[in-house]
Design a protein around this ligand. Structure first.
Ligand SMILES: N[C@@H](CCC(=O)N[C@@H](CS)C(=O)NCC(=O)O)C(=O)O
Length: 210
């Protein structure tokens, strides 16, 4: 498999974590977002949304949208499971995942911020506002689940945990004060000790710029 991705892309990072957790190897293909390579014809033919990540399977099938890719990996490689079995728990994990995936990430994506800046909006303040609001909600939900185990919901990482470190990394880039999110920080510290998570960190990717 080939993963078209970018070191600092939070959606790419999610897929790297998922591949690592499933023990799957892949070829890392860097798409430099700062050079607008995501809008090159070659990449748009892989993903009409001109975004990363894209996972190319061995037969040439292109999978896009990080959560769709993660779902595919979970269905084709069931262990370790990324979703709890209980329907209410699944809904809660989906809720936390979507707070990040729908409620925060699209509002701080590069193309959105560049457009807002062209309209005179302060891009950093805009991104910070939605990180703050979304993480405040996520912390509130996570607090209600803290007695369920070490992770956001339960004793093993779910897809919600997969989305957490990349979003906290983004929030730090927007200079959010994370001290208001003690449960999220506690889970993040636990998660970062897992090699599959640690190896997916942006700084450990071949296209990382330091
Ligand atoms: N919902 C998509 C979001 C993909 C996305 O926004 N990717 C960003 C990087 S995290 C991107 O490619 N941005 C390029 C741009 O904005 O031009 C997913 O989960 O895969």
């Amino acid at each position: 498999m080939k993963l078209y991705n970018y070191w600092r892309s939070s959606s790419s990072w999610r897929v790297r974590i998922a591949l690592n957790l499933k023990g799957l190897s892949y070829e890392y293909v860097a798409v430099n977002l700062l050079e607008a390579e995501q809008r090159d014809d070659a990449h748009v033919s892989r993903n009409p949304m001109a975004r990363v990540p894209v996972l190319e399977l061995d037969d040439g099938t292109m999978l896009r949208e990080s959560l769709a890719i993660i779902d595919f990996l979970d269905l084709t490689h069931p262990e370790p499971a990324f979703w709890p079995a209980d329907p209410i728990d699944r809904a809660r994990v989906a809720e936390m995942t979507q707070i990040i995936n729908s409620g925060i990430q699209p509002l701080q994506n590069l193309a959105v911020l560049v457009h807002l800046e062209s309209q005179g909006v302060d891009r950093k303040a805009f991104g910070a506002r939605y990180n703050q609001a979304g993480l405040t909600a996520l912390e509130a939900v996570a607090q209600t689940l803290r007695d369920r185990g070490d992770y956001l919901l339960g004793a093993t990482p779910t897809v919600a945990d997969i989305c957490l470190p990349p979003q906290l990394y983004s929030a730090r880039r927007f200079e959010i004060d994370l001290s208001a999110f003690p449960r999220l920080l506690e889970v993040e510290a636990r998660i970062n000790a897992i090699p599959a998570f640690a190896e997916a960190h942006p700084d450990r990717q071949p296209d990382a710029v330091r």
